[in-house]
Write a protein that binds this ligand. Structure first.
Ligand SMILES: [Zn+2]
Ligand SMILES: [Zn+2]
Length: 361
């Protein structure tokens, strides 16, 4: 038996599971590293973004700058291009993005732990938006293209109103609720709004279309609308990058440790498999000897076998080998061979380290 065959024999479900876990660990580490790189690149990119102020000169500057102003950061006050949106609750409050969320709060009966627990789920999430621009000095404006595509967009929304409604349910509904283990407690309506006049920082690609300055999602780098400062945005990406780096290092270290122990276990398994292979070869030798003896002496020896000489397992063949380390002489090689692994002595149950053929003088 070649060592490669032994190696293949050692590969079982457990080894495959460990190998896939190690693979998964390395995969995760590289994924974390990828996130780290992404945030790092975004932070560097953001640092390189030209900080511009919105004023009457900006249009000309951009016109003659060519590609220099591809990625920019500029801040201005939110101003609708036409009619604005109005709050459902406070009609005097105007905005350009309104997000209306309805959540259902209910109690659900847990079958196993026998308690009611509260659960919340979103029933609807509607976003309305109207075209708007960022207004700087001299009434100069930069139109914001597809604001909902920007990251951090939700952070720019102020909560205008949060209201709790109880369900208008009948007594019958409550009974059905208790029986079915699912009763509605109420609803929460939340209205959020990007209000007209909010000072916003926009980071993206600046371009001119129909003689107007517009900001859009860049091909490279992040598209950001935020109430934070440019420096804060950079810091945010830097800290994210650090976090992913730490996670990457931790998962890599855990994987290497896992690989070490899995490798060690596999090596021990392989060593004992090699021992067993050797043992099997020895058993085969003993069997050959027996056949040779039978050819010369017929079945004489077998006929003369007393109870003390027959294998305690098959009660047919002679006892042919010494089991080490315990030293028991109790079985024939055929029976020792078919003992389930890990092989133990049929008499004292100690591990079989080696099998030595028995020679009758
Ligand atoms: Zn036997
Ligand atoms: Zn024994």
């Amino acid at each position: 038996m070649g060592w490669t065959d032994v190696l293949y024999d050692c590969i079982d479900g457990e080894v495959l599971l460990e190998a896939s876990l190690v693979g998964l660990g390395f995969g995760l580490s590289s994924l974390f590293y990828h996130f780290r790189n992404k945030h790092d690149a975004a932070a560097k990119h953001l640092k390189d973004a030209s900080l511009l102020s919105i004023n009457d000169d900006l249009l000309n500057e951009v016109k003659y700058a060519g590609d220099n102003f591809q990625y920019v950061a500029l801040s201005g006050k939110v101003q609708p291009d036409a009619a604005s949106l109005r709050s459902r609750y406070f009609p005097d409050r105007e905005g350009v993005i309104i997000n209306f969320i309805t959540e259902e709060r209910k109690e659900v009966w847990a079958k196993y732990s026998h308690v009611w627990y509260e659960s919340e789920n979103e029933l609807s999430n509607i976003i309305d938006t109207v075209p708007f621009s960022l207004k700087g000095a001299d009434n100069a404006t930069v139109h914001v293209v597809d604001p909902l595509q920007s990251s951090w967009c939700s952070d720019t929304l102020d909560t205008i109103n949060k209201e709790y409604r109880s369900p208008n349910s009948s007594v019958m509904d409550s009974i059905i609720g208790i029986v079915s283990g699912d009763r509605v407690k109420g609803y929460t309506d939340t209205e959020k709004m990007l209000q007209v006049g909010t000072k916003l920082l926009g980071i993206g690609e600046l371009f001119i279309e129909d003689g107007l300055l517009k900001l859009k999602k860049p091909i490279h780098g992040e598209y950001i609308l935020t109430k934070s400062s440019h420096a804060d945005v950079i810091r945010h990406f830097q800290s994210k990058s650090k976090l992913w780096k730490v996670l990457g290092i931790l998962s890599f270290a855990a994987t290497v440790i896992g690989l070490y122990f899995a490798g060690k276990r596999f090596w021990e398994k392989y060593k004992s498999a090699v021992e067993y292979a050797k043992m099997r070869e020895e058993l085969a030798e003993v069997r050959q000897q027996r056949q040779a003896t039978r050819r010369t002496t017929g079945n004489m020896s077998e006929r003369n076998l007393g109870q003390d000489d027959t294998c305690i397992i098959c009660l047919t063949n002679p006892r042919e080998c010494v089991i080490l380390d315990c030293g028991h002489i109790c079985a024939c090689v055929d029976c020792v061979e078919i003992l389930p692994s890990p092989k133990t002595c049929p008499i004292c149950r100690s591990d079989i380290k080696k099998i030595v053929p028995l020679f009758h003088a």
